[in-house]
Design a protein around this ligand. Structure first.
Ligand code: NDP
Length: 336
């Protein structure tokens, strides 16, 4: 295949204060990257926009270094290898790698992961069968130690991680799965398509009240994607020895001031609660089991997923902002 002489990439132009705006990003045409020793050239087919990218746009302490101003942004992408002289990664292979936000990338072959397009389309490896899916699986099973009969509450439940977390809970024998999301359509999606036992729109009223109505006898596990009011409500609903898998806190990612935490932390003492934060990267050893089990559920239809697809690299900033505003159902991906 003849590759063009130029590629395009999106760079961080400025660090956002509060919500990102269009001028924080810059679309730039650059010469086609030339693979160095050990590298392959990849044409990106789709890229992910993730909440964690918002953190990396700021110069704040995090588990991943901030993006540099004037440098291309980074993130997971799935692409086709178009040039390779490496035995283990062949031209034509479809791979996941970490250099999204650009059309072509020269990537170390050892940092690519081949995908199986017969199991699911390539974009699924950015969502249900990719990092967000593994986050849900690991968070629920290893971090929250889900047990049969647990009552589970998942926030951000119609998103990439949450929609898998709720379904894994159901498939692994939870007694009741409750989800929260930000629109009536998402609430219907949870109960009518994904098999949640109950769901509510957190914009309809206090989370604590709505959670009490959805889980009158309390909860055993809270999978937290949101933080803030959701977290306080969940702490208030947890039963004896309840567990929280602290996955993220998207309600605060665009805040300009730190917000106070839950006011009911004494319940950790009275109810012997546990809260554990985690990063998906700590659970990489679970990947093959995850792919086998969740891949099987996707194949036989017992676990369902949706994607919200935005077309065009130039629209990736809008996709990132839109995802944080809740415009996605399931994984937000950008096709190139
Ligand atoms: P989603 O696909 O869930 O998209 C983000 C969603 O967040 C939006 O669709 C929106 O849905 C919801 N949201 C935005 N603002 C608020 C708010 N103020 N209150 C409640 N919900 C809000 O994203 P991901 O599945 O990729 O990520 C979900 C969470 O998991 C994030 O916190 C992320 O940081 C975390 N994460 C953590 C990882 C780890 O290793 N610990 C790895 C991957 C993700 P709605 O319409 O319902 O408001």
């Amino acid at each position: 295949m003849v590759t063009p002489s130029n590629s395009r990439e999106i760079r961080l132009a400025a660090r956002p204060v509060g919500w990102p705006v269009a001028t924080d990003f810059e679309l730039v045409e650059v010469p086609m990257p030339a693979p160095g020793p050990g590298q392959v050239l990849i044409r990106n087919l789709a890229m992910s926009v993730d909440p964690a990218m918002r953190g990396r746009m700021s110069d704040a302490e995090s588990y991943a270094p901030p993006f540099e101003i004037g440098a291309p942004m980074q993130g997971l992408a799935v692409g086709e290898v178009v040039m390779s002289d490496i035995e283990s990664v062949r031209t034509g292979d479809l791979v996941v790698h970490g250099l999204g936000w650009r059309e072509y990338a020269a990537v170390d072959a050892r940092h690519t992961m081949r995908i199986d397009p017969d199991l699911a389309p390539p974009t699924a490896y950015l969502g249900v069968l990719g990092m967000p899916g593994l986050t849900a699986y690991a968070g629920l099973l290893e971090v929250a130690a889900l047990a049969e009969g647990d009552v589970v509450f998942v926030s951000g439940a119609a998103g990439a991680v949450g929609s898998v977390a709720g379904q894994v809970a159901r498939l692994k024998g939870a007694a009741r799965v409750v989800g929260s999301a930000g629109s009536p359509a998402k609430v219907r999606y949870l109960t009518e398509e994904l098999g949640f036992d109950a769901a509510f729109d957190y914009k309809d009223g206090p989370v604590a009240e709505q959670l009490r109505a959805a889980a009158p006898d309390g909860i055993d596990v809270y999978f937290d994607n949101v933080g803030g009011e959701h977290l306080e409500a969940a702490v208030g609903a947890l039963r004896l020895h309840g567990r929280i898998a602290m996955c993220g806190g998207i309600s605060g990612y665009n805040a300009t001031e730190p917000a106070p935490g839950p006011r009911n932390l004494m319940r950790f003492v009275t109810h012997r609660l546990t809260m554990r934060g985690f990063l998906v990267s700590d659970h990489a050893a679970l990947r093959s089991e995850f792919l086998r089990e969740v891949g099987g559920w996707v194949r036989d239809g017992s676990l369902r997923y949706r994607e919200t697809v935005v077309e065009g690299l130039e629209n990736a900033p809008d996709a990132l902002i839109g995802m944080m505003r809740g415009e996605n159902v399931g994984k937000m991906v950008v096709t190139l």
